[in-house]
Design a protein around this ligand. Structure first.
Ligand SMILES: [Zn+2]
Length: 316
């Protein structure tokens, strides 16, 4: 009898394993973005000082919610710099932000989405499943300004630029009109992995009713500054930078604002401590070695262009 139970268990695990490796982040449709012009890392560098200010955009970061998550997920605690500093695991206070870009002629765009209003009024009515809310420790979320509340205050929105498709970066989407175009890095939706079994339904609900996700059409950056570089409006004001590792399509954004260039790293670097101590993200990251390469590219880019201000995925 024990042998039979063991055999059935093996079969069930094999089927589950197959389902796991074949499960994508979302079954929502995708298409190649027509927004964005392929440029090189050298073009990007020139844009940092080239503009006369006429096309400079405004950038505001909104801390949509306060939250706390395990430090080991945010920072690689096994990195020699983390060990030397005696950094230990525990709750790290973070924010769930969205960044507002106001372009003088193209309109208003946000990078990532903060949280939806239901997270304040009734989280059980949010797009997040109960399982995902519990696994992510969402009871620790304190909503400050949901995306819906920001829109209700009279703000308009012409498009959403996502850094990646993790739940805490797309959970404001249900508050957005379905006609608003959404952009993300390539291969985000189709990426497969075991954890997707739990988040697939949630991710589908976040995008419910929306048009296909526009995937950035990156091409290899010949300078190697980043994996790919796109000039989103063709005027050097806002750039998408391909920084795979945390997820396959992870994208950082460089915004040339009136007060200088600002880099939005997304989760290529979650925390200020990690950035300042040269320690890459921890266990929340899918491909650790690949994330180290992208993290170092971001650090080298800012070291060579020190006028750049940096805002991290979950801290300012
Ligand atoms: Zn993430």
């Amino acid at each position: 009898m024990k042998t039979k139970i063991l055999a059935v268990t093996v079969v069930v695990l094999a089927v589950l394993g197959f389902a796991a490796t074949g499960c994508s982040v979302t079954s929502h449709a995708t298409k190649a973005s027509t927004l964005g012009t392929v440029r090189s890392g050298d073009d990007l560098k020139k844009s940092l000082s080239a503009s006369d200010g006429s096309t400079f955009v405004e950038l505001e970061t909104v801390a949509s919610a306060d939250w706390a998550v395990t430090r080991a997920g945010l920072i690689n605690l096994k990195h020699p710099n983390a060990v030397a500093a005696g950094l230990t695991d525990g709750d790290e206070p973070i924010i769930i932000p969205f960044h507002v870009i106001k372009h003088p002629t193209k309109g208003t765009f946000i990078v990532d989405t903060g949280v939806e209003t239901a997270m304040r009024t009734d989280p059980s009515k949010s797009a997040l499943s109960g399982l995902v809310r519990s696994a992510m420790g969402m009871e620790k979320v304190k909503v400050k300004q949901s995306l819906g509340e920001w829109l209700a205050a009279g703000n308009t929105l012409d498009g959403i630029f996502l850094t990646h498709l993790h739940a805490d970066h797309i959970m404001g989407l249900p508050d957005v009109p379905n006609s608003t175009p959404v952009y993300s890095g390539p291969g985000e939706a189709s990426a497969t992995g075991f954890m997707n079994i739990f988040v697939h339904g949630t991710t589908d609900r976040e995008f419910e009713g929306k048009d296909a996700i526009n995937e950035w059409a990156f091409q290899k950056d010949p300078t190697g500054t980043f994996d790919g570089v796109l000039d989103l409006f063709g005027d050097g004001s806002v750039w998408a930078l391909w920084v795979p590792g945390h997820t396959p399509g992870s994208t950082a954004y460089l915004v040339n604002t009136r007060s200088g260039p600002v880099l939005l790293t997304g989760d290529a670097c979650h925390t200020r401590w990690g950035w300042e101590h040269h320690v890459e993200p921890g266990t929340f990251t899918g491909d650790g070695p690949r994330s180290v390469i992208s993290f170092e590219k971001l650090q080298q880019f800012v070291a060579a262009n020190p006028a750049i201000q940096v805002r991290f995925g979950h801290q300012l």
